[in-house]
Write a protein that binds this ligand. Structure first.
Ligand SMILES: C[S@@+](CC[C@H](N)C(=O)[O-])C[C@H]1O[C@@H](n2cnc3c(N)ncnc32)[C@H](O)[C@@H]1O
Length: 297
């Protein structure tokens, strides 16, 4: 075709081709691009599946194999023993303490105005230490942990009698509903077989509009190793946010300790949540009721 038609730099211009040829060329281009797209998707799905298999092999599945009571005993043993004793030093070495400190010092999670603060799963007092430093001087700080030994360590490490320390389980918090306007919960949720159980209880004790700083282990390769060391489980970021949403805890922001954290997902899921304001609280009242562990296992 087109011998008679003018050429631009020796190339036959596109619009000189007959309509049928142009249509066929477009169709084949679209088909090729769709095929490439589906190939890319298939490859990424295969990669994700491979990663999931590796993570599942590395992850410890104790939490799913035994009853919650048996698992809780194991958690108490882990944190009450040598591993728990090492935790405070380990946090220093891993940079976890310094990075958490920066998050609160720079007010990326702002404690200003919070009067009733609850820290759940305080461990050796890592987050508690930041709360003592950056919360308003008249704020009342309460700390809860399932392990009495860990709370004793927190007390001696922080050398402060300001926080009230209570030995209790996240799934059965000994507080009235809507008692706190700020909650922090660092790396505890992964010690529950069912995140809903813990999140619902946290939502129950939060006042409407109260904010929560939540850290938990992610289903990444690093998370799988954390699970092995601390006998915990991991969570999917999107699923946790969706679950929080169902319980009336809205995502305010995703937080990152550092650029490295964002790149490698090494510090797990770090999010700020806000409890629904009163307008919606009735609608969520049923789901915010504490879910007892026995019924969740
Ligand atoms: C990894 S430490 C977290 C310490 C600190 N919050 C931080 O961010 O570094 C986890 C703590 O959660 C506590 N814990 C585990 N399961 C719990 C539960 N069901 N209720 C309350 N505390 C729990 C453990 O005893 C341990 O001290």
């Amino acid at each position: 075709m087109g011998g008679r038609r003018p050429r631009v730099f020796g190339i036959q211009p596109w619009f000189h081709y007959p309509v049928q040829e142009r249509t066929a060329a477009c169709r084949s281009m679209i088909t090729r691009s769709l095929q490439q797209q589906s190939q890319r998707k298939r490859r990424s799905r295969q990669k994700t599946a491979r990663r999931k298999v590796v993570n599942r092999i590395v992850e410890r599945d104790l939490i799913h194999r035994v009853s919650y009571d048996q698992y809780r005993d194991e958690v108490r043993k882990v944190y009450g023993g040598a591993r728990g004793a090492m935790l405070a030093r380990f946090s220093q070495l891993s940079g976890h303490l310094q990075l958490g400190d920066r998050l609160l010092r720079k007010r990326r999670f702002d404690l200003t105005g919070a009067q009733q603060i609850l820290d759940v799963g305080s461990g050796a007092g890592q987050i508690l230490g930041h709360l003592l430093k950056y919360a308003d001087p008249d704020a009342r700080i309460t700390a809860v942990d399932i392990s009495h030994a860990m709370l004793r360590r927190a007390r001696s490490r922080l050398k402060s009698d300001r926080p009230e320390l209570i030995t209790a389980d996240l799934t059965r918090l000994p507080f009235d509903s809507q008692a706190f306007d700020c909650v922090t919960c660092g790396y505890v949720l992964e010690h529950l077989p069912n995140a809903r159980t813990g999140l619902a209880e946290l939502a129950r004790v939060m006042k409407p509009n109260a904010r929560m700083l939540l850290f938990t282990t992610e289903d990444s390769f690093g998370g799988a190793w954390t699970s092995r060391v601390w006998a915990c489980r991991t969570y999917n970021r999107r699923e946790i946010v969706k679950l929080c949403h169902e319980l009336g805890l809205m995502l305010v922001q995703e937080l990152w300790f550092s650029r490295m954290h964002k790149l490698l997902r090494a510090g797990g899921i770090c999010i700020e949540l806000r409890k629904h304001p009163p307008r919606h609280s009735n609608r969520h009242a049923a789901s915010v009721e504490p879910v007892r562990v026995d019924s969740a296992v």
